[in-house]
Design a protein around this ligand. Structure first.
Ligand SMILES: Cc1ncc(COP(=O)(O)O)c(C=O)c1O
Length: 370
């Protein structure tokens, strides 16, 4: 594999050329690879679904406190994290593996369950990481358009996937921020081909109380993998922590593909502190929803169409090639995007802080008038 450096990476002009270089691409890589120009210092960064609030105060304090012990592996802390999460969700700890964010377990699951004879079935538009990994694994990538309400079309996914190795459901979906009803996920799990697996990516689940978790399907012993991350509501994208939650036999098949490593102690203590912080999710959910709603109201007043989202990102119809608007916004020092080929005039926007969204509005108004 070629050496990866941030510099060379920022010079990649298109996701396609980057996909040929890297076996899989995570959210920040996808964002950077599709930028036509690197952001200038002080740019408004609302193109990678990051959380501008960063780690909670208790997580910051926990990281600072563990630093003197950073010379040790301290794997007992990872056990404590797994126990703590398992207990809070009523899960058997044997079903939970701590991971360095959810990018690795997602890519490894695709490697484990897809291949030349076993397709990867996903929504369109959907998060591209699994698609790219499947393609690099020689698997057919079957993209099934979302329904009219922007849910996963599970019946069409089943019809398109008689040879599926993995069905990927992202709930809420990236990039639309929309939900797939629980009954649809149950239908998919009940009717999928026997040897296939349903992976439910719950990266954005904490931003809404309307999204039903699929953790109980894992508890019930189904062929279901759930992924969680601390990168979104918990604001720890740069700290790196997540969970693979699955029946031990499925988890074993995923982890056989890689992932033999210790967790960074900073990530583990920050995650533990975040889980203990009982008001964190409600508080951040409220902040995100308030700013998102204000932005929606502004879009409505401006006569722009958007997809109502339950998450920290949403799609806006710019009614011209989306990349043109992205490039024009980048000149205003506001980084938005990406664009999905199935919706070429729509641009994804991440919910930033109030101040960032005011800058977004000023720049967007200027660009859309031009
Ligand atoms: C749907 C989805 N899954 C997984 C990830 C991976 O995030 P991380 O590796 O930071 O946990 C992302 C990142 O944006 C995402 O959007």
């Amino acid at each position: 594999m070629p050496r990866f450096s941030r510099r060379s990476f920022l010079h990649l002009s298109a996701a396609a050329s980057a996909a040929a270089t890297f076996p899989f691409m995570s959210e920040p890589m996808l964002a950077a690879a599709s930028r036509h120009r690197p952001p200038s210092p002080g740019a408004v960064m609302i193109d990678s679904n990051e959380n501008p609030l960063g780690p909670s105060q208790s997580a910051r304090e926990a990281m600072a406190a563990i630093l003197p012990q950073g010379g040790r592996y301290l794997d007992n802390l990872t056990d404590e994290l797994v126990q703590s999460f398992a207990q809070s969700e009523g899960l058997n700890p044997e079903y939970v593996t701590a991971t360095v964010g959810s990018t690795p377990p997602l890519a490894l699951s695709v490697l484990a369950f897809t291949g030349p004879q076993r397709s990867y079935v996903t929504a369109d538009p959907g998060f591209e990481l699994g698609m790219m990994t499947a393609q690099n694994n020689g698997a057919q990538v079957v993209k099934v358009p979302l329904t009219r309400t922007y849910a996963h079309d599970v019946k069409a996914m089943l019809a398109a996937g008689p040879a599926a190795g993995l069905f990927y459901i992202c709930n809420p979906n990236n990039p639309t921020g929309t939900l797939t009803p629980r009954s649809d996920i149950e239908h998919l799990v009940a009717n999928k081909p026997q040897d296939s697996v349903v992976l439910v990516d719950e990266a954005y689940i904490h931003f809404t109380d309307a999204a039903p978790s699929a953790l109980d399907l894992v508890k019930a012993g189904k062929d279901v993998i759930v992924l969680r991350t601390f990168s979104k509501v918990y604001g720890m994208a740069g700290i790196r922590c997540g969970f693979l939650i699955a029946r031990p036999d499925l988890a074993k098949r995923v982890l056989q593909r890689g992932g033999l490593n210790f967790m960074p102690v900073t990530a583990v203590v920050a995650a533990l502190a975040s889980l203990k912080d009982t008001s964190l999710i409600t508080e951040r959910r409220r902040i995100n929803a308030t700013i998102r709603q204000q932005t929606f109201q502004w879009l409505e007043r401006s006569g722009l169409s958007y997809i109502p989202s339950e998450s920290n990102c949403f799609m806006v119809d710019v009614k011209r090639p989306g990349q043109e608007v992205r490039d024009a916004m980048a000149k205003e020092n506001v980084m938005i995007g990406r664009i999905w080929p199935i919706m070429p005039t729509w641009v994804r926007i991440t919910v930033g802080t109030q101040e960032e969204m005011s800058k977004f509005q000023a720049a967007f108004q200027k660009v859309m008038r031009a």
